[in-house]
Design a protein around this ligand. Sequence first.
Ligand SMILES: *Cc1c(COP(=O)(O)O)cnc(C)c1O
Length: 394
Amino acid sequence: MADRWRPVWADIDLDALRHNASLVSRVAGPAALCAVVKADGYGHGGLPAARAALDGGASWLAVALVEEGVTLREAGIDAPILLLSEPPVEAMAETVARWLVPTVYTRGGLEALDRVAGAAASGPIDVHLKVDTGMHRVGADAADVLCLTEVITGSHALRLGAVWTHLAVADGADATDQEFTQVQLDRFDAALATLAAAGHVPPVTHVANSAGTIAWPAARRDMVRCGITLYGVAPTRALADAFTARTGGERLRPVLSLRTRITFVRDLASGERLSYGRRRPLPERSTVATAPIGYADGVPRRLFDVGGEVLVGGVRRPLAGVVTMDQIVVDCGPVGSAPVQVGDEVVLLGRQGSEEVTATEWADLLGTINYEVLCGIGPRVPRLIHGGDAHPPR
Ligand SMILES: *Cc1c(COP(=O)(O)O)cnc(C)c1O
């Protein structure tokens, strides 16, 4: 129990993370692994995730925000850290001072970086030029790639470290998605050919996220940028199977489990209705248990409506009513069917006995993706770090 008084915690298994990183490295090889640890390591803790991924064979890290990179540097991480979007102009000085590797795709961004890097006079800094090949989130238009590259190669302060792009539907199983991924790869290669014709050959190219790494060997290039697989969760069920096929049977291991304990328990008559909205009557006289975790911790309120289950005593049990801000109620079955006591562990995500609830199960029920489930586990939940060299929790 990590909280002083509230029995709610997330176990973070760094041995699992290291295992996943080494499996992903094997699948991606000879491409290098860049471990994506943005958003506090997808909710697992950015620093422990970074350390375990590096232990497991990652040679790069990637984050979304300059702030996230600074936090890793302040903790003593000295691996190269890629910023996945172009830093704001006001953050260029910090980017250079912290030796973060900026992604760039605008002339204004490049010029700001050039000024700062020139003034810092610390030798040329590598930039990773991002090309938009169809995701249409951020990235340079193909038509501007040569011109931006020449701004870089024309500067004494900058160096072209890589050219990269990002896939929009690498996890898609249908023909339309597969065709689009091929279109993106073709556009990327066309951009590289344009650069090569003008004498610019980037030392590194990178394209694949987790889905691309698993499903698109042609996307692996020199480096892959993987996040979700490192946390032990494949982007989709189909990709989980494809991944296992590529490792010869070795599976990803979920890194995070979300646990609490029963704080209140009683028997209620058939027909009683629990929680806000009094949504569903008990089908018979039942034992119901309350546990102190709720939507403020990242357990979606809708989990009740879609049939969410938790594990108590190694058995799947349905929620008995709507998830509230700080508490859930669990239907533990007909009175006398199973011993249930205050203090018993309740698993929301993870294993108990031979049963397991996964982030993918929640995602499928809720109509979202496992990424959102993991990132949604809130800061009120203490993370208990296990394994690795057991760096203490936050
Ligand atoms: C988040 C992100 C990744 C990692 O994606 P996963 O599907 O978690 O492997 C890779 N590249 C970019 C640009 C990203 O934003």
